[in-house]
Design a protein around this ligand. Structure first.
Ligand code: ADP
Ligand code: 5GP
Length: 219
């Protein structure tokens, strides 16, 4: 069996901590307010070798958000320039603003150490990534997870609790949530975010299992 380094020495292979070649792209989506940022932050706090991709966006910063940590906040002109320069692996318009993931934010080999990349992106972005990795002949690199709110009432509560949005925005996000939940059948995994501890256990279990997947399995 030829390994990642092009030879058949079973001990000479690029392995991430949990046993499979690193560089997974883990894309998490959810209707706004369902809890994906909370869950993703728990994951990156626990796993040093899972790194969040910081998206570019044209939307305004919310209270408490930090530039270049929460997002790279840029204007429309600079977003257009990045599109023209082919810098995005995917981008989409969400709630009237543009959001994109740069190729350079995706997992690679950093100082000889492989890591996985965590993306918090919308359904349109996931559709684009599924097509991208399929065309690239590497669909197994992408793991897609959809986080569902336990109920519509819970979604409203969480959006209100988080704050920072107008009534108009709240209405808009709730409407869009229907379309997103209908599209959740394209994802590899679905987590219903009822109890936070239980949901995090599910997320962590998915990631750990995917890192152990035998990608060379033959039968
Ligand atoms: P998203 O990133 O999906 O828009 P957030 O992670 O910002 O959502 O969560 C929205 C709000 O819901 C936050 O105030 C968060 O603390 C809260 N929240 C997240 N998960 C749960 C949960 N399982 N139970 C109750 N509240 C939650
Ligand atoms: P928010 O404004 O609440 O931070 O995010 C709004 C929506 O944009 C969320 O569904 C979020 O997942 C999505 N989003 C954030 N970054 C990206 C990105 O880089 N690409 C895409 N396609 N969606 C993104």
């Amino acid at each position: 069996m030829i390994n990642d380094n092009g030879n058949d020495n079973p001990f000479d292979t690029n392995l991430s901590l949990d046993g499979r070649p690193g560089g997974l792209v883990i894309a998490v989506s959810a209707p706004s307010g369902a809890g994906k940022t909370t869950l993703c932050n728990m994951l990156t706090r626990e796993f040093a070798d899972i790194r969040p991709s910081i998206s570019f966006t044209t939307r305004k910063k919310r209270a408490g958000e930090i530039d270049d940590v929460s997002y790279h906040f840029i204007n429309d002109e600079n977003f257009d320039k990045m599109i023209a320069a082919g810098e995005f692996i995917e981008w989409a318009s969400v709630f009237g603003k543009r959001y994109g993931t740069a190729y350079k934010s995706i997992s690679g080999n950093d100082a000889g150490y492989l890591y996985d990349t965590l993306l918090e992106i919308d359904v349109q972005g996931v559709e684009k990534l599924i097509a991208y990795y399929k065309d690239a002949g590497n669909p197994g690199k992408l793991i897609t997870i959809f986080v569902k709110p336990p109920s519509y009432a819970d979604l409203i509560d969480r959006l209100k609790k988080r704050g920072g949005i107008s009534d108009e925005e709240l209405k808009n996000r709730l409407e869009v949530s229907y379309t997103e939940i209908r599209k959740s059948n394209i994802y590899d995994y679905i987590i219903t975010n009822d109890d936070l501890g239980r949901s995090y256990l599910k997320l962590k279990s998915i990631v750990v299992a995917e890192r152990c997947r035998n990608i060379n399995k033959k039968i």
